[in-house]
Design a protein around this ligand. Sequence first.
Ligand code: SF4
Ligand code: FE
Length: 481
Amino acid sequence: MMTKEQYIESLRGLNLNLYRFGKKVENVVDDPIVRPSLNSFAETYALAEDPQYEDLMTATSNLTGKKVNRFTHLHQSTDDLIKKVKMQRLLGQKTAACFQRCVGMDAANAVYSTTYETDKECGTKYYDNFVKFWTMIQENDYGVDGAMTDVKGDRGLSPSQQADPDLFLHVVERTPDGVYVTGAKAHQTGYLNSHYVIVMPTISMREGDEDYAISFACPTDEKGITLILGRQSCDTRKTEEFNSIDVGNPTYGGHEVLVIFDRVFIPNDMIFLNGETKFAGMMVERFAGYHRQSYGGCKVGVGDVLIGATATAVEMAGAAKASHVKDKLIEMTHLNETLYACGIACSSQGAPTDAGNYLIDLLLANVCKQNVTRFPYEIARLAQDLAGGLMVTQPSEADYRNPETHDYIEKYLKGVSSVPTEDRMRILRLIENMTMGTAAVGYLPESMHGAGSPQAQRIMIARQSNMGQKKQLAKDIAGVK
Ligand code: SF4
Ligand code: FE
């Protein structure tokens, strides 16, 4: 396994073609806007080195028998699935941000079982391709992104019906050695901190969509790939002279990029699906299921930090004893632990796939994510309620550091007399960061849309709800023949 330092050094070897704020970024690793997201990703390496987290952060590979980082593991039991969720909660607690590496783990587990079943029915060799690729990933402890979401154009039209054929990523040329692909993947979390990307289709495919039923892996800096960074609310605070208090979370963050593939060549042995439209849906459903489970871990860990920040803010203001304050903190905890309960439940009810790795209970994973589209918003609302308006009206750090205004801020922003004003400012800015700033991207809209928007879960809940059996239960009880 790589150490945190080895991981960061290895990223310097990538030649990413990244643009942000209208310019090419020459040094991605040290870029002040991107760096906090790298720091979050790097914690997945740092914690794996720490003996106290060995059980959660590492596992024994079914491919090589060696110890691997759990983020590269193919789950071998329900215990593995549960540990995955616990690991994600831990990382959320340590970073208060999206640490990004789960996407590749979830993609790998989905592609592993789907390629096995595709080969069995179609006589293809995708499983061998994937096992070879993933063994290399485990041996090198690489970071891997998973790219699913196409930009999708007109939602009323199928991939092959779009006015512009590139709105879903597709094969544009086939050669004896591989394929050329063109298209774009949106909202890609963690791409800049990953060595490889696994690309998957975004929806189930029908006959006629063969060129769009494509899955493969390639290096993140492959020729023909262009990246454009997504901006986040308050992101330029990271580039200001005084950039410690106002950013709220000075060390950690997340990022999303638009990834554009312009005739990227993919050799045959890196292809995991190529025209077998029937299996596109299986890959999508399994990846989405795993990532919906993931949110029952990561968002809960981030929620732990937000609840802790809120409890600290009310203490600093001298309001901790008020009964409504205590009750609101209880409500936040209740909501957060409900999300965790769903993450653990869908894991404990998992079952082996034909390939041997374990899949979560899909109904419970979708219920988990459906709750995640709601509860973090209520937790954030309560955090803002208890934090008070100072969270958004306090002066900047530059004013706090200016001798002409420092003493006034020190005096008038004081709460409980024993608490330094600067500490209070820091905690309030953290709450701002998590509910409206850069980290809110990961905690709120990502809770809504990441791993699929709410309606996508409702479709799956309908499909998995076993309504026929429920109706029969009622008829039996009521004596309806
Ligand atoms: Fe991991 Fe959560 Fe980020 Fe997805 S949103 S990559 S599960 S931390
Ligand atoms: Fe996500």
